[in-house]
Design a protein around this ligand. Sequence first.
Ligand code: 5MM
Length: 363
Amino acid sequence: SSTSLNSLEKYADELVATANAMVRPGRGLLACDESTGTVGSRLESIGLENVEENRRDWRELLFRSPSLGDYVSGAILFEETLYQNAADGTPFVDVLKSQGVIPGIKVDTGLKPLVGGVEGETWCSGLDGLYDKCVLHYAKGARFAKWRTALRIDVAKGCPTDYAIDEAAHGLSRYARICQEAGLVPIVEPEILIDGDHDIATTARIQEVVVSRTYQKLKEVGCLLEGTLLKPSMTVAGVECSDKPTPEDVAKMTVQTLERSVPCSVPGITFLSGGLTEEDSSIFLNAINSIERKGPWAMTFSFSRANQSSALKAWAGKKENVEAAQKALLARAQANSEASEGKYVAGSQPSDQESLYVKNYCI
Ligand code: 5MM
């Protein structure tokens, strides 16, 4: 490989400009980088077969939503989608660019069992050949990348183990540095799964360690933090915890956790939705942006399920429903855009109230 370890200067200005453009006011990210299996279960839920044409039609519906760029600055794509064309032959990259949406690419190759950890712990794969793939993705038009690693909380079993946290931080830092060498802004995603009955204070305590360790490693490998983004989970209680925090509790604990662990050189924090409902995701994001804080970063959305769920149902795989589905997507995109500025009025946009929680969302 032609990787040079000292070539960050080549892309430094561009990385910083891209990262800042992605979190400019009122904008967030549409995560639609479901791997083939995951998008397949979404399509199957509306009675469609998991074939390339259906995956293309679904993504085309999303990308052609009128004025998507008013709310969305970037779309995270699976590799198939980055290199795919719309039905009329227009490359998806061009469809997105014409909407003012920056194409991005999921470059991790999935979670694997962490041998030596506690049963159920995982590590994130994808470093092999990563630099050369990033060079190709950049040439195709991608300007940022994503790598999701997931940690579970199970206090009785000692999870996450130190080993799992170290491995997560190590993988994220190596990925981030490699992406920057190739001109892609790395989105650093250490997800804390919501599975479990732990309280919000436990999540906060563990997340603070995970995020702090991640930045320690990012600094060790010489990442340009101004050209990175963080994609964390919001600091919530486990899904089975009987003590449900209010949106104000979530906002307070999320901001406190991130203020204790994220350097101020990072331009933005783009939250995942992690199984929260569409409306809760927007309400929590709005609360986060409504309280006083010291942290200087933009705090916005990078939701997958909480951006797409009602749109998918409205579509139901039928041509005549495309417009209704696009309206549903734009409703949530607008809600989340408003929430990113602390201006969302709960219930002012339609949502499906269904739980989007998927047990053990890490395989
Ligand atoms: C869209 O799903 C992404 C890829 O997952 P798979 O490789 O398992 O298909 C996932 O990384 C997603 O971007 C994040 O989990 C955020 O999505 P949510 O639904 O939690 O907002």
